[in-house]
Design a protein around this ligand. Structure first.
Ligand code: UDP
Length: 329
């Protein structure tokens, strides 16, 4: 049945794709975003948009009666989180606590929260199950883990039905919605910027890792698959429960494999050079995905790296302008 949902951070990458998918499923969607990193024109048509701080807006807006909140609004740059902890503790933790308070006050029954593989830190085994120790190695990971703990206790005490989804490496695009960061740090968009001639070359951060080709291995998951896990999570959790799921592809790809796939998809040469390791980067981060598969009945429908890169490339070249055109036609 269709529901009424508040999407915080719905002008950002994952939030806008989830908002679009919710609308496609016939739900009523309100997006709240302060546009600090998001884009007004990334909010899908059909969603109501409220500009402002997620917690502030939720405090008054949730009085309308919502079926749930999908909470994406967050600061998410690892290096920045280490340099400016206060803005991450307040921006992520304080805001989320005030959002939880508003939900309890208004009796909003459901929450889906964007957590992260960064809560596990440097794992002692791979693939990483949800039961792995949580030992973040940076402020960003600490803030997301703190919010996860807060959600557990709020769910128990106040009967909230909550799910935290721990994302591995989100990539790709869904129709007109994709990745548009002003400061780009992620591998696939950077490699595609090289393919598009917007950068000279890609730096490979370390080729002496204990992996098959010496470069770091990550679990890249298609953003549309990730969004579908959110839709399922909304309907699979009971009042008073807080469930945690890792969301990954189940397969790892090395930095060299990613660059090679981007060369194949784009037909461009894409110069690369080896550089020093990036501080704090583990060799391998791959999700154990059994829990999401058995409990949510979810599995990635687009696990092929070529398909993920192809969608990211289509968006990078044309997605945003095609969207602007579609609105004026
Ligand atoms: N990486 C790289 N060059 C870049 C950006 C990233 O070699 O310009 C590597 C990075 O060291 C990591 C992988 O690509 O091993 C994925 O990095 P990304 O920042 O996309 O995601 P993360 O896994 O750090 O969340």
């Amino acid at each position: 049945p269709a529901g009424k949902f508040l999407v915080t951070g719905g002008a950002g990458y994952v939030g806008s794709v989830c908002a679009a998918r919710l609308l496609e499923e016939g739900h009523d969607v309100t997006v709240v975003d302060d546009l600090s990193t998001g884009h007004r024109d990334a909010v899908p048509p059909g969603a109501r948009f409220v500009h402002g701080d997620a917690a502030e807006v939720a405090r008054s807006l949730l009085a309308e009666g919502f079926d749930g909140v999908l909470h994406f609004a967050a600061k998410s740059l690892v290096a920045e989180s280490v340099a400016e902890p206060a803005s991450y503790w307040h921006g992520n933790v304080t805001t989320s606590l005030r959002l939880l308070d508003a939900m309890c006050w208004h009796g909003t029954p459901r929450l889906v929260f964007s957590s992260t593989a960064a809560t596990y830190g440097n794992p002692d085994r791979t693939p990483i199950p949800e039961s792995a120790p949580t030992e973040p190695t940076n402020t960003y990971g600490f803030t997301k883990l703190a919010i996860d703990h807060a959600i557990t206790t709020y769910a128990q005490a106040h009967g909230l039905a909550a799910v935290s989804l721990r994302y591995f490496n989100v990539a790709g695009a869904h129709r007109y919605w994709g990745e548009r960061h002003s400061v780009e740090t992620h591998l696939i968009p950077i490699v595609l910027q090289v393919a598009a001639g917007e950068r000279d070359r890609v730096q490979i951060y370390g080729d002496d890792y204990p992996t098959e080709d010496g470069t770091a291995v990550r679990d890249y998951i298609h953003v549309a698959d990730l969004a579908d896990a959110h839709l399922r999570a909304l309907h699979h959790v009971a009042a008073g429960e807080h469930r945690i799921y890792n969301l990954g592809n189940g397969a790892g790809f090395s930095v060299r494999e990613v660059i090679e796939t981007c060369r194949e998809v784009t037909g461009q040469h894409i110069p690369s050079v080896t550089a020093a390791r990036r501080q704090g980067d583990p060799a391998v981060l791959v999700a154990a995905g059994e829990r999401a598969r058995t409990e949510l009945g979810w599995k990635p429908e687009r696990p092929n790296l070529g398909d993920i890169v192809n969608d990211a490339w289509a968006f990078a070249r044309d997605g945003h302008t095609a969207y602007a055109r579609s609105r004026t036609d």
